[in-house]
Design a protein around this ligand. Structure first.
Ligand code: FPP
Length: 235
């Protein structure tokens, strides 16, 4: 990393390539997800130590239900018994939030999610947003409905609708937008991840599969970000 003063406040990560990593190593897909989950724990702790304030990771999209029941079940179990359990007993001071359509998840899982959010809500370290059953367009539809309801209830005027109001009706309300978006595994697309929030983010793509994307790789991605000049549409 070039410069400790210019570390991004918010990093978004599309953790892609678990199954290809498993295949490359002659393992089952579920094993790839397990290694992916292991890496999420490792890199969250590392990012928190670096002083990153927010990290948002894409763990399960609204489209991922199309995978086999077995694979979907395996990912749900990993979240419940591996990730949430870890942060519950963890003393890294990380605040965990799960963003996405909680109402479609099994009740036992959404209850665990509520518990971990409650338990970590006063932590003062990094906020880790885990996007689970998340879709970016769906998030914007929900925000639009909320806002329309407020207009209908005469709580706000149409003229009050502006960018800040929309931002404040997203799951990431109150958080700065990501400075840096990283996608692993060589794919170079957004896949409905944070479409509103990443309007001005720098994108860094790497060929590494998610389970093998290391602390050094994260430092390298940050260094690439630090060499870029962000203009936000200005000169
Ligand atoms: C992308 O790899 C990964 C996923 C769709 C699942 C993400 C899950 C984890 C990182 C581990 C579990 C973490 C939580 C929070 C449950 P892929 O399966 O699309 O791999 P491929 O692109 O090689 O097919």
């Amino acid at each position: 990393m070039e410069n400790i003063d210019n570390i991004p406040s918010h990093i978004a990560i599309i953790m892609d390539g678990n199954r290809r990593w498993a295949k490359k190593n002659n393992l089952q897909a579920a094993q790839g997800h397990k290694e992916g989950a292991e890496n999420l724990k490792r890199l969250s702790k590392f990012a928190n130590k670096l002083g990153i304030k927010y990290m948002t990771v894409y763990a399960f999209s609204t489209e991922n239900w199309k995978r086999t029941e077995e694979e979907v079940g395996a990912i749900m179990k990993l979240l419940k018994f591996y990730i949430l359990d870890f942060f519950k007993s963890d003393d890294n001071n990380i605040k965990v939030k799960v963003i996405g359509r909680m109402e479609d998840l099994p009740k036992d899982l959404s209850n665990e999610i509520k518990k971990i959010e409650e338990k970590t809500k006063n932590n003062t370290g990094m906020t880790l947003n885990i996007a689970f059953n998340y879709g970016g367009r769906d998030e914007i539809v929900r925000a639009t409905r909320n806002i329309a309801q407020k207009v209908k209830n005469n709580e706000i005027e149409i003229e009050d609708i502006n960018e800040d109001l929309i931002s404040n009706n997203l799951y990431t309300a109150g958080q700065p937008d990501p400075d840096l978006l990283i996608r692993t595994s060589g794919e170079e697309r957004i896949s409905n991840f944070l479409p509103w929030q990443i309007s001005y983010s720098e994108f860094v793509f790497t060929d590494k599969y998610w389970p093998e994307y290391s602390e050094e790789d994260l430092l390298e991605s940050i260094a690439i970000y630090q060499k870029r000049t962000r203009r936000f549409g200005g000169k």
